[in-house]
Design a protein around this ligand. Sequence first.
Ligand SMILES: *Cc1c(COP(=O)(O)O)cnc(C)c1O
Length: 347
Amino acid sequence: MKFNLNNIIRENIKGLSPYSSARDEYVSDGSTMIFLDANENPFENGVNRYPDPQQRGLKSILAQQKGIQQENILLGNGSDEVLDILFRAFCEPRKDNIITLPPTYGMYKVLSGINTVENREVLLTDDFDPNVPEIRRRIDGNSKLLFLCSPNNPSGNSFSSKTIDELLIDFPGLVVIDEAYIDFSSEKSWVSKLSEYPNLIVTQTLSKAYGMAGIRLGICIASAEIIAVLNKIKPPYNVNELTQERAIQRVSDQKSVKEEVANILKEREKLNETLKSVPFVYKIYPTDANFILAKVDDANLRYGQLLQKGIVVRNRTTQPLCENTLRFTVGTSIENEKLISALKSIV
Ligand SMILES: *Cc1c(COP(=O)(O)O)cnc(C)c1O
């Protein structure tokens, strides 16, 4: 089937032109202009001016690092904002549907509820892989977004590239690959396949491997045509000045990021090994992320016992296919040792 973006965009969005802010209309060329266009307070304090609505400084570094153009990038107030913009651009409330694969990241479902868009849930298989035949069965002419979280939260595994390939080819709408954990993964990012698949959208974030959850910076990567649609919807100043500055500093320091990721991966392997010797841990799932999902004898009991020892993990027991599982984020070596000794002491 030939993918046509025009068939995917909501009618009300097609005719929309974006709000044009003062900072959009006159783009500084770096010369010493006098800015009397945006009703700002003229006294300099570092943040008295509106931020660049197109975040060009940050995007140019990201584009170079990822081998794409700035026109392929939309930045948001966390990936959660990026995902919300996708719903508002492509999903007609009470008419269109999305497909999600539980157990997975909870925001897809929350956003479908907020936007009154039907969420068709197709459970992963027992090995936490997409159930391709069942996904195919649930697709119809109103299926606009398919969310593939890879590596998946909370299971930790990556989906095979063959499976993702098949889904990109079969799905009539947009396939959103959520790569929040890609920097911990042995798999390659799908960003390199952008030119092959016109319906591919990749989302990434500075919240995990980059250690910047507090600044809220989400990244959406797609064709220039898709990004142009999203730009019509995004609030003009959705990424604030402080965030842009801190993000530029951090992404420019790849050495520190890589060292921290390497450390976390080493710690993950240590934690993985020691969890095997905890008698009430029944199963440890393979992980490609900075967390480990484990099946225990009684998740509610063990969760409460860890809490009493001052350690907060994530109890996933209510999630489909995740009965009696706990999700452990990999911490520092000292934190992980405390976790292990706590686990051993509550036997
Ligand atoms: C943590 C996480 C995110 C990050 O969201 P931000 O809004 O960028 O902090 C996105 N997707 C998944 C699957 C996550 O686990």
